[in-house]
Design a protein around this ligand. Structure first.
Ligand SMILES: Nc1ncnc2c1ncn2[C@@H]1O[C@H](COP(=O)(O)OP(=O)(O)O)[C@@H](O)[C@H]1O
Ligand SMILES: [Mg+2]
Length: 362
């Protein structure tokens, strides 16, 4: 078991800075997810932990040891790749044994670990098969098994579910979460999928363009995004944003009308002439609400029926706002809707920098 610590780490490829000034402490036994859009530096960060990429600047520690110059095989890590990277000519058993043979683990110990991993991952009946005789989900379990038998101090996983279909992805997601609960080993898990990040991570690191944006628990990121990027990336459908002029009274533009929540009374003064209001589709609702609210009024252009809810695309002045409301409202395309939003669900951002305005008193 081990911690993983990035200390002002940079990775440059010539002119390209893939990872910039990354400082991050991953706790012993923690399930940490690195999430962000394609190209933001997730894989590069993971490969630096694995020792597959040289670190341009800064230092990386596994436990107490600086590993910048330690060879991958001496780092006590195991990595699961998106492409399962199984040996096609070997049976499942031999694929699981391969890394152990290389490390000269005694035969009896090899068998014990393989049987344990096969038990955990329900591979017992598949041990004599070749990879081509397995489904995608089974291959992925073998790839996980190969990492498990190594009994590493840290597991690294790079988008391990992206080749699975939607249903299998949900199952395997739960399997990996269970695996972590059972083994208690530090895991660093890379994905571009915020749903995976939210459901699996104990903490999540959100990256954009080589820069770490925010680290926190799923709920932290959802409730208190530090900037517009994190606010828009976490949550589905994405948070709505509307730029609103800061006048003397309410925040009002088009069909958007909102009293300035008291927690922003101070910070809005220094925020310039315009602020960006952010609000999540699932917090809007039709009809009355208790407590202070604002309103968003517009025309429902498109109504997507989802069963117990419906998703509304509403034009509000020049902008489109997405709302999720109870499907019993039976909104029809063309209806004018009066959406309400509780005041404590409104986020405000600096319109220039995208930074969240400081909220006080809550
Ligand atoms: N070997 C390489 N040579 C040059 N640029 C690279 C190399 N590997 C990655 N990059 C660049 O570094 C950035 C981050 O890549 P990567 O870590 O793979 O992103 P992610 O995994 O988040 O999609 C991208 O701009 C990518 O093009
Ligand atoms: Mg990647």
């Amino acid at each position: 078991m081990a911690t993983v610590t990035f200390d002002h780490v940079y990775k440059r490829y010539g002119e390209v800075t893939a990872v910039s000034d990354l400082s991050l402490e991953i706790q012993d036994g923690e399930f940490m997810v690195l999430v962000g859009p394609s190209g933001c530096g997730k894989t590069t960060s993971l490969r630096m932990i694995a020792g597959l990429e040289e670190i341009t600047e800064g230092s990386l520690r596994i436990g107490d040891r600086v590993v910048n110059d330690v060879a991958p095989k001496d780092r006590d890590i195991a990595m699961v790749f998106q492409s399962y990277a199984l040996y096609p000519h070997m049976t499942v058993r031999d694929n699981l044994a391969f890394g152990l043979k290389l490390r000269k683990v005694p035969k009896a110990e090899q068998e014990k670990r393989i049987n344990e991993a096969a038990g955990i991952l329900q591979l017992e009946k598949l041990l004599e098969r070749k990879p081509k005789e397995l489904s995608g989900g089974q291959r992925q379990r073998v790839a996980l098994g190969r990492a498990i038998v190594r009994e590493p101090a840290v597991f690294l996983m790079d988008e391990p579910l992206s080749n699975l279909d939607a249903k299998l992805r949900v199952q395997t997601r739960a399997e990996i979460a269970r695996l972590h609960q059972r083994l208690g080993t530090t895991m660093v898990y890379v994905t571009h999928d915020q749903v995976e990040a939210m459901t699996m991570g104990q903490r999540i690191s959100v990256m954009s363009m080589g820069l770490l944006q925010q680290v926190g628990s799923p709920q932290d990121l959802y409730d208190h995004p530090k900037n517009k990027f994190v606010a828009g990336f976490i949550g589905s459908p994405a948070m709505n944003f509307i730029d609103v002029p800061v006048g003397s009274g309410d925040l009002t533009i088009g069909g958007f009308s909102f009293p300035v929540p008291s927690r922003y009374a101070e910070s809005i003064k220094g925020a310039g002439r315009t602020v960006t209001a952010g609000f999540r589709p699932e917090h809007l609702d039709l009809g009355d609400m208790a407590g202070p609210t604002g309103t968003v009024t517009g025309k429902a252009d498109v109504v997507e029926y989802l069963g117990n809810e419906e998703l509304l695309h509403v034009s509000v002045g020049e902008q489109e706002v997405v709302a999720i409301v109870d499907s019993s409202h039976r909104v029809r395309p063309g209806d004018i809707v009066n959406l309400r939003l509780p005041a404590n669900k409104l986020h405000l951002f600096n319109a220039e920098t995208g930074d969240a305005l400081v909220a006080t008193g809550e």
